[in-house]
Design a binder for this molecule. Structure first.
Ligand SMILES: NC(=O)c1ccc[n+]([C@@H]2O[C@H](COP(=O)([O-])OP(=O)(O)OC[C@H]3O[C@@H](n4cnc5c(N)ncnc54)[C@H](OP(=O)(O)O)[C@@H]3O)[C@@H](O)[C@H]2O)c1
Length: 229
């Protein structure tokens, strides 16, 4: 795979996590598109990110495109679901017919609640957000859980090294291998095969752990690295 053939679309890419991932993949040279429920928000976010990249990275990046979620889904090989978990299932259901054959959904959602000053994992009958969402996809579109533990704050700080691992889990070996290869283009991220989609149960809880570590230590970028790999 050549990085400039890589088409990445972000559903709800106007948010914090989506913006950071868009920046990092655009820096790598991938063709990234920010999706939104409104064209105006998609465009203003893409304009803002392109300006940031232009001022910080010179000409060594691929300009970020934009569109309504439906168009971004239809035009991307790798579709990232970057909306809050509470709206993830309804968003997928609304866009079932826009997924193209051969595309892969990358689910980054983590079901969390912030109550009484603490952060809690929201338990789901299926065990994880990724397993819950898999059933909402059209047949033939594989779901890969990834980017669950990368902090949005750090992703957006493009001058800062990511310097961490990116855990990837899926029941589709082929889709997982393609996502691992695609993540490999992002500087400072090492993709680690985390096994079957069942592992999303652990990965999502690791995010909650990292948020707690951030809060207790008054930092923003707690993340993970496997030692000995
Ligand atoms: N923040 C982190 O560090 C982090 C780390 C790992 C994983 N995650 C996961 O990444 C996902 C995105 O997080 P975030 O902090 O970027 O979220 P966010 O900024 O709150 O929201 C992202 C985007 O979702 C869209 N959205 C909001 N409400 C919606 C609705 N009712 N229906 C459809 N789309 C809606 C919005 O886009 P438009 O209004 O433009 O449509 C919004 O900009 C979450 O599932 C989170 O658990 C976050």
């Amino acid at each position: 795979m050549n990085v400039n053939e890589l088409k990445v679309g972000l559903i709800g890419g106007t948010g914090e996590e989506g913006r950071g991932l868009a920046l990092r993949w655009a820096l790598a040279g991938a063709r990234v598109s920010i999706g939104s429920r409104t064209v105006e928000r998609a465009k203003s976010t893409a304009d803002e990110l392109n300006e940031l990249l232009g001022s910080r990275a010179g000409s060594s990046f691929q300009r970020i495109g934009n569109g309504e979620n439906r168009d971004v889904i239809a035009g991307s090989q790798f579709v990232l679901l970057t909306v809050p978990f509470a709206h993830a299932a309804s968003t997928l259901e609304a866009h079932r017919e826009h997924f193209q054959e051969g595309s892969i959904l990358i689910d980054i959602t983590v079901p969390v609640s912030f109550e009484k000053g603490g952060v809690r994992y929201v338990e789901l009958p299926e065990g994880s957000a990724s397993e819950h969402l898999k059933a909402r996809l059209p047949e033939g579109i594989p779901l890969v859980a990834a980017f669950k533990t990368e902090p949005a704050h750090l992703l957006a700080e493009i001058g800062e090294p990511l310097d961490c691992d990116s855990f990837v889990a899926s029941d589709s070996k082929e889709a997982k291998a393609r996502v691992i290869e695609a993540i490999g283009f992002i500087k400072g991220l090492r993709a680690v095969d985390a096994g079957m989609l069942y592992s999303a149960r652990t990965l999502e809880r690791m995010t909650v752990l990292a948020i707690g570590i951030n809060r207790r230590n008054k930092i923003k970028s707690a993340r993970y690295r496997v030692i000995g790999l």
